[in-house]
Design a protein around this ligand. Structure first.
Ligand code: FES
Length: 278
């Protein structure tokens, strides 16, 4: 696959040459180069602190699409920001369940405490506050996120302490274990450049695994998988079912190894530790 690479455009983009090289490297990962746009925009954010016009132009030039197409994507997804984001993007889930469990109260408290409105950044440039829709972590409501790491079972008090710690430069961990990095560092990971910390903290907490435990107790199994164009009983279907069983077994083994099955997981009321998503 050939990506557009016009040195004259690089010189005029205003982005560092290293960033342009990495943008092209992301594009080369995909059979259809335009599929790379989402991680490329994350990389732009990691360098620019937001999706800038020159970042849009660079993505368009490299992918051979129009700036309007790039802009259309960047303005559709809420994880792409056109205004500068602080060192820490603090999200408060105010969707239905979190809202009634205290999310609305937390959001109002933080607006007062930080003296900012929704999608605004504190004067010191440290914290950007935003209300979020459901984070698919309702079993830990009310939920917050810092740079897309989960903060479970929050209260107005723990929320204010959290932002105070972030602004003071104190090391903060997700309630699931991961150390909180800066928003730009997190954006680089989302662009596909790992920071080798993916295994900090468990993948799922105890409350999220309750259904799995019940299924095991009762011997429930997922239906056998099928591949397109095959029917049950054919060699293809049998192979697909075996593949599904293997994948399921591997998945369950991973869950069994999760630290949350032992101690210290968030949701364990005896835990004093804070317990991650990645
Ligand atoms: S409603 Fe907040 S995580 Fe689902």
């Amino acid at each position: 696959m050939t990506l557009n690479h016009d040195p004259a455009l690089d010189a005029g983009s205003g982005l560092p040459e290293e960033t342009l090289r990495e943008l092209r490297a992301i594009g080369a990962r995909y059979p259809q180069a335009r599929s790379a746009l989402l991680p490329m925009l994350h990389l732009v954010q990691s360098v620019e602190g937001r999706v800038t016009s020159r970042g849009i132009e660079a993505c368009a030039d490299i992918l051979g699409i129009s700036a309007a197409e790039v802009s259309g994507v960047a303005t559709f997804y809420t994880m792409y920001k056109r205004r500068p984001v602080g060192d820490y993007h603090v999200g408060v889930c105010t969707n239905t369940l979190c809202a009634v469990m205290g999310g609305d109260e937390i959001f109002e408290r933080l607006k007062d405490h930080l003296d900012v409105g929704n999608d605004e950044t504190t004067d010191d440039g440290k914290v950007t506050l935003e209300h979020l829709e459901c984070n698919a972590a309702c079993d830990y409501a009310p939920v917050m996120m810092v740079n897309w790491e989960f903060m479970d079972n929050m209260t107005p008090q723990s929320a204010t302490q959290l932002v105070d710690d972030l602004r003071a430069g104190t090391e903060v961990r997700s309630t699931r274990g991961a150390r909180i990095c800066t928003w730009r560092e997190a954006e680089r990971v989302l662009a596909g450049f790992p920071d080798d910390r993916a295994d900090e903290g468990p993948a799922a907490g105890p409350a999220s695994l309750v259904g799995l435990g019940i299924a095991r107790e009762r011997g429930w199994k997922a239906p056998e998988g099928r591949t397109a164009g095959t029917t049950s009983g054919t060699p293809g279907a049998t192979a697909a079912a075996e593949q599904a069983d293997t994948s399921r077994a591997e998945s369950e083994t991973k869950v069994e190894q999760s630290p949350t099955d032992t101690v210290g997981g968030k949701g364990d009321e005896t835990s004093t530790g804070e317990g991650k998503k990645r």
